[in-house]
Design a protein. Structure first.
Length: 196
């Protein structure tokens, strides 16, 4: 997996300040920068997230979207992975088969969105969501739930845990892509999912 690096100008655009201000933040040690062999400063999304978190800010990273799909059904994991890889521009996709693996991957993979099945053996999706949202290092991650066993009570519990929405399986490809907030390739051909 390659890390995304941003230039001072890109950072300035994200924060709505001038590039000079970004360079001053780096010189004062407020914002961690890497230096290239040519002497140019570059910034990682992790460094920018840490800088923003210290100041109570949230910033988007449109060029570094990462999706973690969590579902114990391998066929649906495979379908969704292929769907996002072929339909969405600039999105890195990884998958976990259960809540325990997902808990580790939110720290190693650093997704911007977790697409999370609710009914899983062991650690269920509601508890996974709660842990993501209660951890200062991961609370900025957007959580989109999905379930084939929808009830208003399950939806209430998930939203209370911090998720944005609960999708009912089966859902269309368009619906799940829209819920995750990713841009599709121009004229992408997407069909209906066969989620159980």
């Amino acid at each position: 997996m390659t890390e995304s690096y941003l230039t001072p100008n890109e950072v300035a655009e994200l924060f709505g300040v001038s590039p000079v201000t970004v360079r001053q933040w780096s010189q004062k040690g407020m914002l961690t920068a890497l230096t290239t062999a040519g002497g140019h400063r570059r910034y990682t999304p992790d460094a920018l997230n840490a800088f923003a978190a210290e100041r109570g800010m949230r910033i988007p990273f449109p060029a570094a979207d990462r999706l973690l799909i969590v579902d114990d059904e391998s066929s649906l994991r495979g379908f969704l992975t292929a769907l996002f890889q072929t339909s969405c521009e600039g999105v890195e996709v990884d998958a976990a088969e259960d809540g325990f693996v997902a808990g580790m991957m939110v720290h190693s993979f650093r997704p911007s969105v977790v697409l999370l099945d609710i009914m899983m053996p062991g650690l269920d999706g509601i508890e996974v969501c709660r842990r993501i949202k209660n951890d200062p290092d991961t609370q900025h991650i957007r959580v989109v739930g999905m379930t084939g066993h929808f009830t208003p009570e399950v939806e209430r519990q998930l939203l209370k845990a911090g998720a944005e929405v609960l999708l009912k399986k089966p859902f269309t490809s368009e619906a799940v892509i829209a819920a995750c907030g990713f841009e599709t390739f121009p004229k992408a051909q997407v069909g209906a999912s066969k989620g159980q």
